[in-house]
Design a binder for this molecule. Structure first.
Ligand SMILES: CC(=O)SCCNC(=O)CCNC(=O)[C@H](O)C(C)(C)COP(=O)(O)OP(=O)(O)OC[C@H]1O[C@@H](n2cnc3c(N)ncnc32)[C@H](O)[C@@H]1OP(=O)(O)O
Length: 291
């Protein structure tokens, strides 16, 4: 368990220690390897086996998973920091726009980065946080420069000396932009957190990363005093729909004729609006009456 200001977060069995050394089981027994960051924004690791100490060359974090499929390196879910910006943009664009190639892919990422850092102003009294699932970072979060009280966009103005590699992202907020307004004055809804931009890099999927991002978002929502969490999921996105249903989210029937807001994507995309009560996972009836 990892202690955070929000309580504790479960981490998978530590296969990589704080210095980047770890072990895995092979047919010949336990082998050891080391992961060393070589470049800041293009994380590459050199892997050297001991006892043979034979290097198998340089590869990136996703290739490590490919080379050692049985290894699920330690994953830590935490709030994103400024240093994660580029990888967050990259994870978002490679997941939601996988078909774009150079130079459009770079333009997309830069655009996303600018939007995240400069464009996301949060109305007063509301919260917005980007969560990241990182691989190969230190569990010891004490060596950080900056402050988590000061935010730039959805990012903590903090830099750590051992950042790790971003494999998954999720944004959670209380801005309620995509929730129906309340009353004749069309007031913004309070007490409902909203999850968006859930994405996991392709080579890290089906390892429980999205699930853990959702757990952390729920913990945050609880901490903010929210009683429910909502999200929109593309009707045709069966994998994501299953993910949310398995986590206790239920599809909410939109009343006939109601014009509830929806994420701004292509006009052809149809969404399921899904919700979960933060303190009562199975109370479907309560959810249906909620709105
Ligand atoms: C609110 C929103 O943001 S909706 C947008 C969702 N994001 C996207 O569609 C972007 C592209 N897709 C992705 O990034 C990923 O595939 C995600 C985010 C949907 C899932 O991330 P993952 O880390 O792979 O999910 P995770 O491993 O936690 O899956 C947990 C469970 O969800 C279900 N699930 C997840 N993906 C799939 C899938 N493609 N097909 C079927 N079931 C799936 C499974 O039940 C899975 O458990 P299992 O692996 O034991 O069978």
């Amino acid at each position: 368990m990892l202690s955070t200001p929000l309580g504790t977060t479960e981490v998978s069995p530590a296969l990589i220690n704080h210095n980047g050394y770890g072990r895995f089981l092979s047919s010949s027994g336990v082998s050891h390897f080391s992961l060393h960051h070589r470049r800041r924004h293009s994380p590459r690791f050199s892997i050297s086996h001991t006892p043979s100490s034979k290097s198998v060359g340089a590869c990136n974090a996703s290739q490590i998973v490919d080379i050692f499929p049985a290894v699920s390196p330690e994953i830590v879910v935490r709030e994103a920091r400024l240093e994660d910006c580029w990888e967050v943009a990259e994870t978002h664009c490679s997941s939601f726009f996988p078909g774009y190639s150079f130079p459009l892919d770079v333009v997309l990422r830069v655009d996303r980065l600018m939007a995240m850092v400069m464009g996301f102003s949060v109305p007063s009294g509301c919260q917005r946080t980007c969560l990241v699932a990182v691989i190969g970072s230190s569990v010891d979060e004490t060596i950080c420069i900056g402050s988590e009280d000061f935010k730039i966009g959805a990012f903590d103005a903090k830099i750590s000396l051992n950042k790790g590699y971003v494999a998954g992202i999720l944004t959670v907020d209380t801005v309620a932009d995509y929730l129906p307004r309340k009353g004749p004055l069309r007031q913004r809804r309070t007490g409902i957190a909203y999850i968006s931009n859930v994405a996991v890099r392709e080579s890290f999927r089906r390892k429980g990363i999205a699930k853990r991002l959702i757990w952390k978002a729920e913990a945050l929502a609880k901490n903010w005093g929210c009683r429910a969490i909502g999200l929109h999921c593309d009707l045709n996105n069966f994998g994501a729909t299953k993910l949310y249903k398995d986590q206790g989210f239920r599809c909410i029937k939109i009343p006939d004729g109601a014009k509830w807001p929806q994420p701004k994507t292509s006009p052809d995309t149809r969404f399921n609006f899904m919700m979960k009560l933060v303190n009562n996972n199975n109370n479907t009836q309560a959810l249906e009456q909620f709105m």
